[in-house]
Design a protein around this ligand. Structure first.
Ligand SMILES: [Zn+2]
Length: 457
């Protein structure tokens, strides 16, 4: 096609799109089947609008006469298109349309806004009864792949009739919100925190904790959030469980990296614990953003160690456990810490403490640039040993050896400020199940939700 031909064809297509989009909106008003204000046209305006539209369509036809073009829809009318959430279990899309000919094709298309390697459009063909007027409904059952609160879904419909006409509706965006609660929100920088119980000071405290954590990670590691994140603070572990498709009987928090969302149950009486929990979970999101790639696979100690580092100075209880394991020579090997942590509460706690100590060792001894380089190497798809070797010159076993040696040195210089405090961990204000009283995170990721989650229990 010549340059002029292409230009004229573009104009033709543009004019028809403009004209048809307007016709699609006008027809229901004409037919008196107004369901949505979106399709309403002021009565006095109708003839004028029609006149303008006729002009647009006519011009379109004239211009399109210069280049071949397929026949387009003129009287398929969209009566309604909507989405209704029943959080967290389902999301229902509803659609109604009519035409002068029998409608024999209806498809729903949707895209979920998430951190992704490629924009994925899903198409579903809901069941419907063909005819001049059709209704179609499709229910997204979240048991088959769920969405966290605040997830945004862009959707549109394609409808076709027996005369070969086809109409694609304008895309709409729906936010899958947990509307069982009256949420309030505060935003600082890239972080939006939503909560429904407690005053604004409560929310600000949590937000300040996140900010302090992000500042620390920026200063010490040079890592910062690359996109906005959201935190939903449920008023209790019980409420949080009610927001999960598959509640598991734990209290705690969930970080959903692909959506930049964390959900945590924090009652107003648990502020101190909550401040650590939210800093921890947001750090997971940050690490997820920094290392996002189809290849990245981080050893668990690195991911959890960074999240613990993000919380701030190691809590005394963890420090005590670590000190005890050092003196009793019961430290876990770095290689073991690269895989999912033990489900034994004591070993799991020690795993978190050791992970934090490993990250701190790497940062203190080799600096932030090396740690960032390590994360970047993992992003490129390196193996655990390979990434460490290329950045630091030693593998997991080498790290294990060097780290233990550094502990010996620290012990002799008595620089570890560890004073055992009985029951400190057990006293953490995390209610419910015995395991929950420990308030630590289980990794890896539970995939049953259709997205990756990490839980604090
Ligand atoms: Zn964690």
């Amino acid at each position: 096609m010549t340059g002029r031909g292409r230009f004229m064809r573009r104009i033709a297509i543009l004019l028809r799109v403009v004209g048809l989009a307007a016709v699609a909106r006008i027809v229901p008003a004409k037919a008196g089947i107004q369901k949505s204000p979106e399709f309403r046209v002021k009565p006095g305006m109708t003839s004028l609008v029609r006149l303008v539209l006729s002009g647009v369509v006519l011009l379109s036809v004239l211009v399109s006469g210069l280049v071949p073009a397929p026949v387009e829809a003129q009287d398929i009318a969209v009566l309604s298109s909507s989405a209704v959430a029943s959080f967290p279990l389902s999301l229902e899309f509803k659609f109604r349309a009519q035409s002068s000919a029998e409608i024999n094709f209806v498809a729903l298309h949707y895209q979920v806004e998430r951190l992704n390697y490629a924009r994925v459009t899903s198409e579903v063909r809901p069941r419907f009864k063909p005819g001049p007027a059709v209704e179609a409904t499709w229910r997204w059952d979240m048991r088959l792949g769920s969405l966290p609160p605040g997830a945004r879904v862009k959707y549109w419909w394609t409808v076709g009739d027996a005369s070969g006409r086809k109409l694609v509706t304008e895309a709409k965006t729906f936010e899958f919100n947990d509307e069982r609660y009256k949420w309030k929100s505060v935003t600082a920088g890239s972080v939006t925190l939503s909560w429904y119980e407690g005053d604004e000071a409560f929310a600000r405290e949590l937000l300040n904790s996140v900010q302090a954590s992000l500042d620390r990670l920026g200063r010490d590691m040079g890592a910062k959030l690359e996109r906005p994140v959201r935190a939903f603070i449920y008023a209790s572990g019980r409420d949080l469980q009610g927001a999960l498709v598959y509640p598991v009987g734990w209290e705690g928090g969930v970080a959903v990296s692909e959506f930049g969302t964390v959900m945590i149950g924090i009652s107003t009486s648990e502020l101190a614990w909550g401040k650590r929990a939210i800093a921890h979970e947001i750090t997971h999101l940050l690490v997820g953003q920094v290392t996002f790639s189809p290849y990245a696979d981080l050893p668990i100690w690195l991911n959890e160690g960074l999240a613990m580092y993000g919380e701030g100075p190691l809590e005394q209880g963890y420090a005590s456990l670590l000190q005890q394991a050092i003196s009793q020579k019961t430290l876990i090997s770095v290689r073991s810490l690269s895989a999912p942590f033990s489900t034994d509460p004591r070993l799991a706690l020690l795993s978190y403490a050791q992970s934090e100590a490993l990250v701190e060792f790497l940062l203190t001894k080799y600096g932030r640039d090396k740690l960032l380089a390590l994360l970047d190497t993992f992003k490129q798809g390196a193996t655990f040993d390979g990434a460490l070797k290329s950045v630091y010159g030693f593998d997991l076993d080498g790290l294990d050896k060097l780290w233990r040696e550094s502990l010996e040195t620290r012990k002799t210089t008595a620089s570890l400020p560890l004073r055992p405090r009985a029951n400190e961990l057990a006293q953490r204000p995390v209610p419910a199940a015995p395991a929950a009283a420990w308030g630590f995170l289980v990794f890896p990721v539970v995939l049953a939700f259709g997205y990756s989650v990490r839980r604090r229990w």
